[in-house]
Design a protein around this ligand. Structure first.
Ligand code: NAP
Length: 247
């Protein structure tokens, strides 16, 4: 099957590091015009932008805190000024800050809900407007297995990711009339800055997986490319979990 992403305008939040960075690299390589959003990691984002520029000169670097409405709106205007439309929004920006409930401060709770859930809401609120006008668009909200199964020490993260799933299903029902699909994707366990500090988590993920963990990043990228291509048109309101942690 031929996966054609040429000339697609793809906004990827949190593209400076980890999974978002790999998505940006690969989508740009396939000819998509990628909006590389970042907030804290400016050096990493600029380095990625320069690297991508070697093979695709039609990408855009956009600094925005996804928890801040004005920032998100400003990013939206940058995107529309450059491309006049948006085909795909991938709400990938995410954070975790673990603690047991007794030690979980309100600040920790609110920050994780803000980045993972409110950030997704704000980007969807802003970008669905142009998608509705175009009468087409695809949105992918990156959730997590933890949002489905829960995890001790991650009440804030799990609640935010479960929220993303409920939000995705509701929004899919709301904007389907404008030919906008909205799906949630739960990547497999991929070692990034999000989790590399917690070796216990890495080994639990390994033990729970019935297949080798090492392919989950490329599985995720390939899955996203296929879903973002015109080959897939009639799927919305779904949750895709891309790993083999079934024990
Ligand atoms: P990561 O390496 O820590 O990267 C997180 C990204 O989010 C960074 O690019 C960061 O950009 C961005 N970000 C954080 N706060 C932001 C804000 N306020 N505004 C804009 N961007 C912000 O994490 P990752 O592992 O790639 O995770 C990516 C997504 O996948 C997250 O939603 C995560 O929950 C989900 N996920 C990951 C795994 C896994 O195994 N890694 C599994 C399931 C789900 P700056 O540093 O520039 O702010």
């Amino acid at each position: 099957m031929n996966v054609d992403l040429k000339n697609k305008i793809v906004v990827i939040t949190g593209a400076s590091k980890g999974i978002g960075r790999e998505l940006a690299r690969n989508f740009a390589y396939e000819g998509a015009s990628v909006v590389i959003n970042y907030f804290h990691s400016e050096n990493e984002a600029i380095e990625l932008f320069k690297e991508i520029n070697n093979y695709n000169s039609n990408c855009l670097l956009a600094k925005a805190d996804v928890t801040n409405y004005d920032d998100v709106l400003n990013m939206y205007h940058q995107v529309i000024n450059k491309y006049s439309r948006v085909d795909i929004l991938i709400n990938n920006a995410g954070k975790c800050d673990d603690d047991l409930i007794y030690f979980m401060s309100e600040e920790k709770w609110n920050r994780i809900i803000d980045v993972n859930l409110t950030g997704t809401f704000l980007c969807c609120k802003v970008f669905t407007k142009i998608m509705a006008r175009q009468n087409c668009g695809k949105i992918f909200n990156i959730s997590s297995l933890k949002g489905q199964e829960g995890c001790s020490g991650q009440t804030n993260y799990s609640a935010s990711k479960a929220g993303v799933i409920g939000f995705t299903k509701s929004l899919a029902k709301e904007v389907g009339q404008f030919n906008i699909s909205v799906n949630a994707v739960c990547p497999g366990f991929i070692v990034t800055d999000l989790n590399r500090h917690n070796q216990k988590k890495v080994s639990i993920a390994r033990n729970k997986s019935v297949l080798d963990l090492s392919s989950t990043l490329s599985d995720f990228i390939n899955f996203m490319m296929m879903m973002c291509s015109d080959n897939i048109q009639g799927i919305s309101g779904r949750v895709f979990t891309l790993d083999s942690r079934i024990l």
